[in-house]
Design a protein around this ligand. Sequence first.
Ligand code: ADP
Ligand code: ZN
Length: 761
Amino acid sequence: MNAGPPDLVPTRIQLNRPLPPLTYLAPQGLPAGVRVRVKVRNSLAVGLAMGPDPSPPAAKLRPIEAVIDPFPLLPAKLRELQTFAARYYGCLEAHLLPLSLPQAMLPHWEADEDGQRLSFHRDRGAWDALSDLGEAWQREPSILPTLLHRSALRGAGFTEVRLTGVPHPARVTPSQAKVLLALEDAGGALMEPELLEAAGVGASVLGTLEKRGLVARMKRVDLLGQRREAGVDRTVILNEEQRTALEAVELGTFGVHLLQGVTGSGKTEVYLSLAEQVLSAGRRVLWLVPEIGLTARLLDRLEARFPGRVAVGHAGLNAGEKHGDVVRLLFNDADLFVGVRNAVLAPLRDIGLIVVDEEHEGSYKSEEHPRIHARDLAIKRAQLEGCPIVLGSATPSLESWHAAQSGRYRLLRLRQRPAGITLPTVEIVDLRDAYRQLRRKVILAPLLMHALTETLMCGEQALLLLNRRGYENFWMCRACGKSLGCPHCAISLTYHRGDFRLRCHLCGHETAPPEACPDCGAEHLRGVGEGTEQVEEHLRQLFPTARILRLDRDTTRRRGSFEAGLLAVEAGEVDILVGTQMLAKGHTFPRLTLVGVLNADQGLKVADFRASERTFQLLTQVAGRAGRAALPGRVILQTYSPEHPAITFALAQDFEAFAASELPFREGLGYPPFTALSLYRAEADTPMEAREALETFRQRLSVPGLRVLGPLEAPVPRVRDRWRMHLLLKGGRGALGEVLARHPLDPSGPIALDRDPIQFG
Ligand code: ADP
Ligand code: ZN
């Protein structure tokens, strides 16, 4: 052990802000990945040690203020992934750090009372001793908490109490009975504090009941703040296709698998079986989902199968929950981590399997800096961990599909529908005909009206999808032709009748609707293009006794309200569900037999080479909502372009044929998956500035083998008073990486990079 304080040497410190690493004096041997506190100008900041600086600046260097961690908190493989991601997406590792480790995560290393003091070693620079402890921690997580102060563990979860299902003994005490009855009332499980309050008893009763085997206590994070049913694990016997898929996934080695099968074909059962094998072999599972709102049912299934071993992370969690979650991972207290996009960077160790469910979903791509793609990073992470990854979808992204077709990924398919489930019938209404016949705007064509009436008469449920919220899309002046636009953005304002406002869906700007046109003064304003709010009103007039529920971003602002709405549908409290595409995914309602898409080709109008693919995916998904249980389903698509391939293949529900028709287009035009894209986005106070920044960048480009498009105005050229221009680079991944290496962007400059972009707005 060192006798005195260790020598200080120049060390690179990455701050958690958009700056390249700075150089400070830090103890010799300080391991990379340890957090330190440093002074920047006159304030304190947290940074990450990145190793010694071989060529320190000549200026006088400041020493760091303190070393926070005794050893690196993030697993080494995760650090490698961050290094890769920073290089690939052209961001700093500092940008990725907060995604792995919330800022609030500052364990109180120094405050332990009686154990071995980590801070003692740390302050002496005894990194060898610490690194032994660090390794011991990785092997045997339970040792570390004893070395820490308890406050570091605060928030590490809540205790849930659940009924075990052990047969009821003949006699229990009155207070025990109160507990059992309260649990019974709550559907079998409650968080401990709630339970004690509901039963009006003290905690000691729980101990007694636990000893008698009547209840079990387990630590868990109360994720969605909602009551969870004590799920019963239905272990199913896999069918032959599922077994084939299961056996094809080789554990313990890297491989990418694409599991394709319609909703309900049993993909999740395959993931669960794989997870079971991996967990019983002592390794961990990272499970990515596109949206947390869809996971309540999944979490129940996971809890039932792997009680107490599941942790969840997502943006909807409050700080305490997030903190608790990450603490659990750091302490290896959870073996299966479920999360959305950023969970791909969660500090999970020793991963044996990665699952990316609904791999085609756009929500895996971040639309803010750093613009990572969680599915793509998950593949890289699997490679670093040397484990298999399974991408699942009914309608895979054409990127993944192409990779599977060309043998880079292994294709696994589930073609059987489980017994008792048939494909719905899909019909098309040509809105042009409907308009010609009726000579007015048609919200519900006669065929859909008729089907809706029938459905309601049978006491079944209907879902109507329209991908536009608000009452009217925009207001236009009939006299001068101008539409009412946002003063800060280059889009129109949407009319919300419920609160009598015109609102910008980009920046949130809102005003009271004017009486007269602000431009010409004529009182001829009229709304154009119906939104969900108007459809809801229309339905209430047509079916005054029907129970109608609208679910879109306007009605689901409150946390949990979306889930509550879905529960109401499931409980049969709703006859007609109307809403935006948030309704398309993942839910199964046994009594829902009719799905109507009011404007199926709406998504085709956007200028985006993926418009067809997205429309096909949306229509296929929403069609899958109809007729899931015993009742057969019917799907009606209203469209102005019934001959479009995205519509006709959705009608046939034939993903493979759609892919076969779409891929040649992509190849011909040189779009992914046949080339890669880098979108350079410039933003400035004037259009000139934005253009010039990209012009200059373009002129300097010195990498061969690229196609460069632009600078062009972004499809929405102004947002929040900032002007936006695009420069699109097409080429191989290697060439695009070379551009990044040779022409790094100034993090504080006007240009930002979006690699593998999926939104061009
Ligand atoms: P997906 O993930 O493809 O939507 P799931 O795995 O959720 O499909 O399966 C849909 C339903 O069918 C679930 O209730 C599941 O338990 C059930 N299921 C799946 N595979 C089987 C099987 N082999 N035997 C019985 N039921 C099954
Ligand atoms: Zn705006």
